[in-house]
Ligand binder design. Structure first.
Ligand code: NI
Length: 133
């Protein structure tokens, strides 16, 4: 893919924020930061447009928390049409890392993510998704 150059005019404050983004994400340069922002915006469009997407939902939790696995299973059964596979790793005595591979309308995947994240005891949950074409 050919790369085109263009000039950008920014207020000093915005340029500082861009440079902070470069530093925080260890991007090699500002161009990479702008690519990142454009891509991030595309993902937001996927949500807004409720497009068909595929992705992975990553959840971290302590399996000793009351009823957590029962709830996890119950919600996943409610959304079985969206779930392609899931992987459960026992990280240590307490913690579990679950990765659920999903495909479907962005809005539905987001709803599934919200429901799983809302389970009491889930320490972290995040959905990464991308268009399928
Ligand atoms: Ni486990």
């Amino acid at each position: 893919m050919s790369v085109k150059r263009f000039g950008v005019s920014l207020e000093e404050e915005l340029l500082d924020r861009l440079d902070r983004l470069v530093k925080d994400n260890q991007f090699p340069n500002r161009s990479q930061a702008i690519r990142f922002l454009i891509k991030q915006n595309e993902v937001e469009d996927l949500w807004k447009g409720d497009m068909e997407v595929a992705g992975a939902l990553v959840l971290m939790y302590n399996h000793h928390k009351r009823d957590i696995q029962k709830q996890m299973t119950s919600i996943q059964h409610d959304y079985h049409c969206l779930i392609l596979s899931s992987q459960h790793i026992h990280l240590d005595h307490d913690m579990c890392l679950e990765t659920i591979t999903v495909k479907g309308k962005a809005g539905k995947l987001l709803k599934l993510t919200d429901k799983l994240k809302a389970i009491k005891g889930i320490q972290h949950g995040e959905l990464v998704m991308s268009s399928t074409h």
